[in-house]
Design a protein around this ligand. Structure first.
Ligand code: GDP
Ligand code: MG
Length: 166
Protein backbone atom coordinates (compact mmCIF):
# COMPACT_ATOMS: atom_id res chain seq x y z
CA UNK A 1 0.00 0.00 0.00
CA UNK A 2 1.11 3.54 -0.60
CA UNK A 3 -0.19 7.04 -0.19
CA UNK A 4 0.44 10.69 0.52
CA UNK A 5 0.04 12.38 3.86
CA UNK A 6 0.36 16.11 4.57
CA UNK A 7 1.62 17.25 7.96
CA UNK A 8 0.21 20.45 9.39
CA UNK A 9 0.40 22.14 12.75
CA UNK A 10 1.65 25.23 14.54
CA UNK A 11 5.41 25.94 14.58
CA UNK A 12 7.47 23.87 17.04
CA UNK A 13 4.95 21.09 17.57
CA UNK A 14 7.52 18.64 16.15
CA UNK A 15 6.72 18.24 12.45
CA UNK A 16 10.36 18.21 11.31
CA UNK A 17 11.36 15.91 14.16
CA UNK A 18 8.66 13.48 13.07
CA UNK A 19 9.88 13.63 9.47
CA UNK A 20 13.44 12.94 10.53
CA UNK A 21 12.34 10.01 12.64
CA UNK A 22 10.31 8.19 10.02
CA UNK A 23 12.07 8.98 6.81
CA UNK A 24 14.09 6.24 5.23
CA UNK A 25 14.87 7.60 1.82
CA UNK A 26 14.32 10.43 -0.60
CA UNK A 27 11.34 10.22 -2.89
CA UNK A 28 11.54 8.10 -5.98
CA UNK A 29 8.59 9.13 -8.09
CA UNK A 30 6.22 6.21 -7.69
CA UNK A 31 2.96 7.30 -9.24
CA UNK A 32 1.63 9.98 -11.54
CA UNK A 33 0.07 11.60 -8.49
CA UNK A 34 3.58 12.41 -7.36
CA UNK A 35 4.08 14.64 -10.39
CA UNK A 36 1.90 17.29 -8.85
CA UNK A 37 3.22 17.04 -5.32
CA UNK A 38 6.92 16.24 -5.65
CA UNK A 39 8.14 19.79 -5.05
CA UNK A 40 6.75 19.70 -1.56
CA UNK A 41 7.71 16.12 -0.72
CA UNK A 42 9.94 15.87 2.30
CA UNK A 43 10.48 12.15 2.53
CA UNK A 44 9.20 8.63 2.42
CA UNK A 45 8.56 5.99 5.04
CA UNK A 46 9.14 2.51 3.66
CA UNK A 47 8.25 -0.79 5.29
CA UNK A 48 7.76 -4.26 3.77
CA UNK A 49 4.05 -3.64 3.15
CA UNK A 50 3.83 0.12 2.91
CA UNK A 51 5.28 3.28 1.49
CA UNK A 52 4.01 6.57 2.85
CA UNK A 53 5.08 9.90 1.41
CA UNK A 54 5.03 12.78 3.90
CA UNK A 55 4.63 16.39 2.85
CA UNK A 56 5.36 19.22 5.24
CA UNK A 57 2.82 22.03 4.84
CA UNK A 58 4.17 25.08 6.64
CA UNK A 59 1.81 27.65 5.10
CA UNK A 60 -1.33 26.99 7.15
CA UNK A 61 -1.46 29.83 9.63
CA UNK A 62 -3.36 33.08 9.89
CA UNK A 63 -1.93 35.33 7.14
CA UNK A 64 -0.45 38.62 8.35
CA UNK A 65 0.07 40.13 4.90
CA UNK A 66 -0.60 39.55 1.19
CA UNK A 67 2.31 37.12 0.73
CA UNK A 68 1.03 35.15 3.69
CA UNK A 69 -2.30 34.92 1.91
CA UNK A 70 -0.56 33.38 -1.09
CA UNK A 71 1.26 30.86 1.12
CA UNK A 72 -2.00 29.74 2.66
CA UNK A 73 -3.40 29.18 -0.83
CA UNK A 74 -0.43 26.97 -1.76
CA UNK A 75 -0.81 24.99 1.43
CA UNK A 76 -4.51 24.46 0.76
CA UNK A 77 -3.73 23.22 -2.75
CA UNK A 78 -1.36 20.68 -1.23
CA UNK A 79 -4.01 19.49 1.20
CA UNK A 80 -6.38 18.90 -1.69
CA UNK A 81 -3.87 16.56 -3.36
CA UNK A 82 -3.08 14.18 -0.49
CA UNK A 83 -4.87 11.07 0.77
CA UNK A 84 -4.96 12.12 4.41
CA UNK A 85 -3.89 14.92 6.72
CA UNK A 86 -1.91 14.63 9.90
CA UNK A 87 -2.68 17.54 12.22
CA UNK A 88 0.03 17.66 14.88
CA UNK A 89 -0.30 19.35 18.26
CA UNK A 90 1.98 19.63 21.28
CA UNK A 91 0.81 17.63 24.33
CA UNK A 92 2.56 20.18 26.49
CA UNK A 93 0.57 23.19 25.23
CA UNK A 94 -3.04 22.24 24.68
CA UNK A 95 -5.68 23.90 22.59
CA UNK A 96 -4.95 27.35 21.12
CA UNK A 97 -6.31 29.88 18.63
CA UNK A 98 -3.85 28.76 15.95
CA UNK A 99 -5.41 25.31 16.11
CA UNK A 100 -8.92 26.66 15.58
CA UNK A 101 -7.76 28.57 12.50
CA UNK A 102 -6.31 25.36 11.04
CA UNK A 103 -9.44 23.33 11.82
CA UNK A 104 -11.63 25.96 10.15
CA UNK A 105 -9.54 25.63 6.97
CA UNK A 106 -9.68 21.83 7.12
CA UNK A 107 -13.47 21.73 7.01
CA UNK A 108 -13.59 22.79 3.35
CA UNK A 109 -10.92 20.27 2.35
CA UNK A 110 -12.89 17.10 3.13
CA UNK A 111 -9.96 14.73 3.65
CA UNK A 112 -9.52 12.32 6.55
CA UNK A 113 -7.73 14.16 9.36
CA UNK A 114 -5.73 12.41 12.09
CA UNK A 115 -5.01 14.33 15.26
CA UNK A 116 -1.47 13.52 16.38
CA UNK A 117 -0.63 14.53 19.93
CA UNK A 118 3.15 14.82 19.97
CA UNK A 119 5.66 15.14 22.85
CA UNK A 120 3.86 12.74 25.17
CA UNK A 121 7.22 12.14 26.82
CA UNK A 122 6.80 15.61 28.37
CA UNK A 123 3.44 15.03 30.06
CA UNK A 124 2.03 12.75 32.76
CA UNK A 125 -0.27 10.06 31.30
CA UNK A 126 -3.17 11.57 33.32
CA UNK A 127 -2.93 14.77 31.27
CA UNK A 128 -3.64 12.99 28.02
CA UNK A 129 -7.34 12.24 28.44
CA UNK A 130 -8.37 15.85 29.26
CA UNK A 131 -6.36 17.00 26.23
CA UNK A 132 -8.13 14.52 23.96
CA UNK A 133 -11.47 15.71 25.37
CA UNK A 134 -10.57 19.30 24.49
CA UNK A 135 -10.07 18.48 20.84
CA UNK A 136 -12.39 15.61 20.03
CA UNK A 137 -15.59 17.70 19.85
CA UNK A 138 -14.00 20.45 17.78
CA UNK A 139 -13.41 18.43 14.63
CA UNK A 140 -14.47 14.98 13.33
CA UNK A 141 -10.99 13.46 13.51
CA UNK A 142 -10.60 9.96 12.04
CA UNK A 143 -8.46 9.00 15.00
CA UNK A 144 -6.53 10.67 17.79
CA UNK A 145 -3.06 9.20 18.32
CA UNK A 146 -0.47 10.22 20.93
CA UNK A 147 3.21 9.89 19.99
CA UNK A 148 6.67 11.08 20.85
CA UNK A 149 8.45 11.96 17.62
CA UNK A 150 11.65 12.50 19.57
CA UNK A 151 11.70 9.12 21.32
CA UNK A 152 9.72 7.24 18.69
CA UNK A 153 6.92 6.15 21.04
CA UNK A 154 3.88 4.81 19.18
CA UNK A 155 5.20 5.90 15.78
CA UNK A 156 5.06 2.43 14.20
CA UNK A 157 1.45 2.10 15.43
CA UNK A 158 0.71 5.42 13.73
CA UNK A 159 2.13 4.06 10.47
CA UNK A 160 -0.13 1.00 10.77
CA UNK A 161 -3.18 3.21 11.32
CA UNK A 162 -2.33 5.34 8.28
CA UNK A 163 -1.90 2.21 6.19
CA UNK A 164 -5.37 0.96 7.13
CA UNK A 165 -6.81 4.17 5.70
CA UNK A 166 -4.80 4.27 2.45
P1 GDP B 1 8.28 22.04 13.77
O1 GDP B 1 8.40 23.52 13.81
O2 GDP B 1 6.83 21.62 13.92
O3 GDP B 1 8.93 21.41 12.59
O4 GDP B 1 8.99 21.49 15.12
P2 GDP B 1 10.45 20.81 15.27
O5 GDP B 1 10.45 19.43 14.74
O6 GDP B 1 11.47 21.74 14.75
O7 GDP B 1 10.55 20.67 16.87
C1 GDP B 1 10.54 21.79 17.74
C2 GDP B 1 11.21 21.42 19.05
O8 GDP B 1 10.45 20.40 19.72
C3 GDP B 1 12.62 20.83 18.87
O9 GDP B 1 13.44 21.32 19.90
C4 GDP B 1 12.41 19.34 19.01
O10 GDP B 1 13.54 18.66 19.51
C5 GDP B 1 11.27 19.28 20.02
N1 GDP B 1 10.46 18.05 19.89
C6 GDP B 1 9.89 17.56 18.77
N2 GDP B 1 9.24 16.40 19.04
C7 GDP B 1 9.39 16.16 20.36
C8 GDP B 1 8.94 15.11 21.23
O11 GDP B 1 8.26 14.15 20.87
N3 GDP B 1 9.31 15.21 22.56
C9 GDP B 1 10.07 16.27 23.02
N4 GDP B 1 10.37 16.27 24.31
N5 GDP B 1 10.50 17.25 22.21
C10 GDP B 1 10.18 17.21 20.91
MG1 MG C 1 9.78 22.32 10.89
Amino acid sequence: KSGFIAIIGRPNVGKSTFMNHVIGQKIAIMSDKAQTTRNKIQGVYTDKDKQIVFIDTPGIHKPKHKLGDFMVKIAENTLNEVDAIMFMINADEGYGMGDQYIMDRLESIKKPVFLIINKIDLVHPDQLLPLIDQYKDKYPFKEIIPISALEGNNVSHLMDVFTEHL
